[in-house]
Design a protein around this ligand. Sequence first.
Ligand code: UD1
Ligand code: UDP
Length: 356
Amino acid sequence: MKIVTILGARPQFIKAGTVSREISKNSALREIIVHTGQHYDANMSDVFFDEMNIPKPCHNLGIGGNGHGAMTGQMLEQIEMILLIERPDWVLVYGDTNSTLAGALAASKLHIKIAHIEAGLRSFNMAMPEEINRILTDRVSQLLFCPTRTAIDNLSKEGVDHWSGDPTCLLVGDVMQDGAFYYSNLAKKPSGVETQNNFVLCTIHRAENTDDIGRLTGIINALNEVSQQRQVVLPLHPRTRKILADSDLDTSQLTVISPVGYLNMIWLIKNSACIFTDSGGLQKEAFFFEKPCITMRDETEWVELVDSGVNFLAGADKEKILAAFEGVFSITKNYNQAIYGSGCASQNIVEALINY
Ligand code: UD1
Ligand code: UDP
């Protein structure tokens, strides 16, 4: 069975690190990786392939850094050409990026079966490019691999049982949980970064925060205030770096570092006191490593974390972020909940692909 996997952005490499390893264990499966090039800096791409032993992409399209339409359109055209040559049994896509949508659209037009990992997630915010990408990808997929019960319910409410194409929804668990536990023991301190006791770890990259100067100002002002009490370590996404460089915002109080590889990131998570983020993946990793998480968004797809009292939605308002931080250590938290399955998501996915 031939699988073409479409990757393009950092979180997809991290998820593929775990799933591709599982695919490679089965001699009946052959995986061809296509890298769209959406993320292209060495510390946003190569580092993950190297550290996680992800097979080198067979095709690298080099399409990154454009507007959404141009990027998605160029990917669609080039992925179609590759699929016409490779003729796979399955196209495997992850998450909700432009690379995900381009891969799913290209496959659907050629009537190639699509398997979507992280299906069924919804923010219910159609202003997010990710929400559009994930809804459209789900709609054309044959196998919908859901990480949570909520994802299954979301698809059910959208009438998945009556969709033409008769897709199969499976609750498989979260592949990031498999990866976090597998790589946990390999975590290593980033070289050249001095961390103080009880530092907090922060990431910011969402378009809704970076492209709205009011929201970005609220976030940076809040972090500056937090930095009066604790060191704030901020591995900065290139999107945010560029926008901050063009702004008047002062980040000199923060420990701003370049994006780090996954093993460094796990070290930072494990050694931090708490996490501030607008990342999807990092919200879950905070839970896996039992760190409180302040999510600087107005909503999240990972609602179970908020409902179970380990993740605090604070938006981008300075006072709300600081209020969340003030209470974060005193609230009793229960991390002993199997929200994301039993650590076998990748195995479940490979079995489902074989048995379909
Ligand atoms: C993308 C995804 C987002 C995901 C994030 C993970 C979409 C619509 N968004 O957002 O869902 O959470 O990846 O990190 O697909 N850049 C570089 N070097 C790189 C990569 C990006 O300089 O290696 C800069 C470029 O200026 C680029 C900008 O960052 O224009 C944004 O990159 P892009 O891939 O468009 O979106 P992300 O914000 O990374
Ligand atoms: N991450 C990383 N290095 C960094 C920042 C993040 O390895 O400098 C990891 C993080 O631990 C998580 C993933 O990248 O596994 C999340 O990706 P990102 O926040 O870019 O995207 P999202 O999950 O929001 O789509």
